[in-house]
Design a protein around this ligand. Structure first.
Ligand SMILES: [Zn+2]
Length: 143
């Protein structure tokens, strides 16, 4: 018997898209939410796919690392220079900080942690930077 379970996470983060023409080139932030969904067989001994407590233990350190930070695209020469002289909580990445790319980044960061749960067959990230939009990234485990 399989089930899909999910837990939502929230954090605040600044970013900008240097190439954008419609407003996102300006420094701004979002109240990000991320739904972490997993599909897996229900363990008859516990009645669970995995314990939400274990899920939180895997995901929260990543959220804590990102919360109240600036997600800095390493190709953004202006802000790379700025943060060199004004140290703040920054996470430097090598991609444009779009919702699509952040969803894939979160997925890549979380894939290894769920590997030890041999009953988990799929990990899905649904990332929202506004209430009206989301981006998804999916990994299928070959167990
Ligand atoms: Zn934005």
């Amino acid at each position: 018997m399989e089930s899909r379970i999910a837990k939502d996470f929230h954090w605040e983060m600044g970013h900008r898209l240097p190439f954008h023409q419609g407003g996102c080139q300006n420094i701004h932030g979002h109240s990000y939410t991320m739904r972490v969904e997993i599909v897996g067989s229900i363990d008859p001994a516990t009645g669970m796919v995995i314990d939400y407590f274990d899920m939180k233990a895997l995901v929260q350190p990543l959220i804590d690392r990102l919360d109240h930070s600036f997600l800095l695209d390493s190709s953004d020469a202006i802000l790379m220079e700025f943060f060199k002289h004004h140290p703040m909580k920054v996470n430097t990445v090598d991609f444009y900080s779009t919702a699509e790319n952040i969803a894939h980044y979160m997925l890549q960061e979380l894939i290894p942690g769920f590997e030890r749960f041999s009953n988990v067959s799929e990990l899905r990230i649904r990332l929202r930077e506004t209430e009206n939009t989301f981006a998804e990234a999916v990994h299928v485990y070959n167990n």
